[in-house]
Design a protein around this ligand. Structure first.
Ligand code: PMP
Length: 421
């Protein structure tokens, strides 16, 4: 189905519903059978599937327009450069950034965070300074800061969360000081599903004189992100979690901050002039984009954003919230199962455990019933340590999931319990 058609169906102001059956037909992966039964895909927090529109956009790059970008004078290079830069513009609009100079293409969230650590961090954070993160961060928003602390002598401080899976504003306030140079916080926790109140935390951090980086990996596919409204300094996300390709991601940064930051990777495309005595650097955002980029990835991500835009994040958010409520109710009915993380504001993912059943055994068993979920520590070992467990099972949603998926998942859990306990 073309996105124009979806747009007509979805943009009815009287309806915030999504025609899931039509949407599902746009995702070829979803119609397959796994172990002889129709696939139920509930591992969207790990990665999302791709609509035909995205697959076609990537195919077109290699079949019709392929060449290297930015430096060629010939038709193909110019054509593809235009498409790549159009994708950047789509991302600017998606995040409501002021300018395309603020949109840096990276390899993903991890790469974006490392970029900030090694450029902004190296230039602005030193011995005696503090970096504040939370206890619910993904490893990719922990390890880059630990490396930076080792390199600079700065100290890493951690905002705890309570057993419900919430941060307390009083803890944020208590941990912020004039020594805090940066707060790095996840928008939506991949392990707990908690939505953090980034607006008020950014305000508190700014009042204390700190800059803020938000890890938006689990947020952008589910809710509207507005970097101007939240006043965030840096925002990172990955293409593959928002229906785009792997190997492409985005770092948003306020222009004045990016301007003042030194480059990180050196090479082609990020320079203005090179002599053996001195190199001068390209304008933003190219200063941070050394080497041939993931061209098809960027264009594919632009197509994914078109797709999300045509359905509408308002519709997606509304639909997913009701689906999450349905899944939560169904899981709460299962008395032998425990949900890990019960924050009142959650998005997309539910972590859970069955007493006496190892999460990996559970995951493998229900995989044979066609149900794909994630098991393990979810790259958030401190979250597991908080609850004194080595891992959990996690079911995570996208707007192409429906209540039948959840019913099949619950049935599979019932069977697993009979077999494994
Ligand atoms: N942060 C969060 C909250 C995540 O869920 C993930 C991916 N699981 C990442 C960061 C890292 O994303 P990527 O591997 O695409 O760089």
């Amino acid at each position: 189905m073309s996105t124009a058609n979806i747009y007509k169906i979805m943009d009815d102001p009287n309806s915030l519903d999504i025609d899931v059956e039509r949407v599902r037909r746009d995702f070829p992966m979803l119609s397959q059978r796994v172990h002889g039964v129709p696939l139920v895909y509930l591992d969207n927090a790990a990665s999302t599937h791709k609509p035909t529109l995205v697959i076609d956009a990537i195919r077109r790059v290699y079949e019709q327009d392929y060449s290297n970008i930015h430096r060629g004078v010939h038709e193909l290079s110019q054509r593809l450069t235009m498409q790549y830069e159009e994708a950047r513009e789509k991302i600017r609009v998606f995040l409501n950034a002021r300018s395309r100079a603020e949109i840096v293409f990276t390899y993903g969230t991890t790469d974006s965070i490392n970029l900030v650590a090694q450029t902004f961090g190296r230039a602005n954070i030193g011995k005696g300074d503090e970096i504040l993160i939370s206890e619910m961060e993904h490893h990719s928003n922990i390890v880059p800061w630990q490396l930076l602390c080792e390199q600079t002598g700065a100290t890493l401080k951690v905002i705890p969360f309570n057993d419900q899976g919430n941060l307390a504003m009083s803890d944020v306030e208590a941990l912020l000081s004039e020594r805090t140079k940066l707060v790095a916080l996840v928008h939506v926790s991949n392990a707990l599903g908690t939505i953090n109140p980034i607006g008020p935390i950014i305000k508190l951090a700014h009042d204390a004189g700190a800059k803020v980086l938000v890890d938006g990996a689990q947020a952008v596919a589910h809710m509207k992100t507005d970097v101007q409204k939240s006043d965030v300094d840096f925002y990172a996300f990955s293409g593959h979690k928002v229906f785009g390709p792997t190997g492409i991601g985005v770092l948003y940064g306020k222009e004045d901050l990016l301007e003042a930051m030194p480059p990180w990777r050196g090479g082609g495309d990020m320079i203005r002039t090179v002599t053996f005595e001195k190199t001068t650097y390209a304008d933003l955002p190219y200063k941070f984009e050394a080497g041939t980029p993931n061209i098809a990835g960027g264009i594919g991500l632009g197509a994914a954003i078109d797709y999300v835009h045509d359905i509408g994040l308002k519709h997606i958010n509304h639909y997913e919230n009701s689906l999450l409520a349905y899944m939560t109710r169904q899981l709460l009915n299962v008395e032998w199962l425990k949900i890990i993380g019960n924050a009142p504001c959650k998005s997309g993912a539910i972590s859970f455990m069955i007493e006496g059943v190892h999460h990996n055994d559970l995951g493998q068993y229900i995989d044979h019933l066609g149900v794909a979920i994630r098991t393990g520590h979810h790259c958030a070992q401190p979250v597991m340590q908080h609850y004194g467990v080595t891992g959990t099972a996690r079911a995570s949603l996208a707007f192409y999931n429906n209540t039948q998926d959840i019913d099949r998942f619950i049935e599979a859990l019932e069977k697993a319990k009979k077999f494994l306990l």
